[in-house]
Design a protein around this ligand. Structure first.
Ligand code: CTP
Length: 268
């Protein structure tokens, strides 16, 4: 790849208006590590989708949240969860590939396409403010973040110390705002997608969330040890008002994200 002749040929192609996806770095058949490997298939798929003519979300504003929130206990500790941000980021990239201008509000910064404007937040309160600030102008909102339901009532200014003679620590927690439900109550033209992370009674619990939160779609996601959070694949069921549940086969999160975006675009 680094060879001068190859470089000059690539330059010529670019000069002719050809879009070039650069190769990935990795172990090569020649027996050493360098730039020259075929990129991952989902990277190729996204690249093709980005430039293909059919872009169902062209001209649309999409707002996505991703990752697990962190609720401060003291300067060195927080309450968190296992969400990696992979699904939300994949949704943001899939929406960008479908032609949208995307705002991603995330607690984890993963690679995004150029059309994605990423805003970094940590707590549920910060995520709430960033989502609501961008809500009015959005056409499609996807709440993929794992928002902590509770936060410590007060944040200790100093590191909490063990107290001699007391072998327990009691934390007082207060409920966080439900961002999805708030947007569900406020929405006018927005198409609103939420997730339901469930360890049991997947469809029944997710159906209740669809109704309770005023969403147009809930992606029901089984979670547990080694499942759902921080994995590269998901087995989800899609619920929409007045439609039969759509159970998808296990697939890469990038593929699930494209399906969610495609279904939402069709309904908008
Ligand atoms: N959600 C939210 N704000 C919260 C909690 C959850 O916006 N404070 C959103 C999530 O981003 C997700 C949906 O609501 O899109 C469902 O989240 P989930 O954690 O599955 O459910 P909860 O509302 O927390 O309900 P429960 O704890 O009963 O499972």
């Amino acid at each position: 790849m680094a060879n001068a002749a190859t470089q000059s040929n690539v330059r010529r192609l670019k000069d002719m208006g050809v879009r070039v996806l650069p190769p990935a770095e990795g172990f090569l058949a020649e027996g050493y590590t360098a730039v020259g490997r075929m990129p991952d298939l989902d990277v190729i798929q996204l690249f093709v989708d980005t430039y293909q003519a059919k872009q169902p979300l062209a001209g649309k504003q999409v707002l996505v949240s991703a990752g697990g929130t962190q609720e401060r206990i003291d300067p060195v500790r927080y309450i968190g969860n296992d969400s990696s941000g992979k699904m939300g980021t994949a949704v943001a990239n899939a929406a960008a590939a479908a032609g949208a201008d995307v705002t991603l509000v995330a607690t984890k910064m993963l690679p995004v396409l150029p059309a994605v404007d990423a805003v970094y937040v940590t707590s549920a309160a910060e995520m709430h403010d960033a989502m609501l600030a961008n809500f009015e102008g959005a056409d499609l909102v996807v709440m993929a973040a794992a928002v902590a339901d509770f936060r410590p009532t007060t944040v200790s200014g100093n590191k909490i110390k063990k107290q001699s003679g007391d072998d327990a620590l009691h934390l007082d927690l207060v409920q966080n705002p439900d961002i999805l439900a708030e947007m569900g109550a406020q929405k006018s033209h927005q198409y609103l997608v939420g997730f339901a992370a469930e360890t049991n009674d997947l469809v029944a619990n997710a159906q209740a969330k669809l109704e309770r939160k005023g969403a147009d779609m809930i992606v029901a996601n089984p979670v547990g040890y080694g499942q759902g959070f921080n994995t590269d694949t998901d087995t989800v069921t899609i619920l929409r008002p007045d439609q039969a549940p759509l159970a998808l086969d296990e697939a890469a999160k990038t593929e699930v994200a494209s399906t969610i975006v495609r279904l939402a675009a069709m309904a908008m």
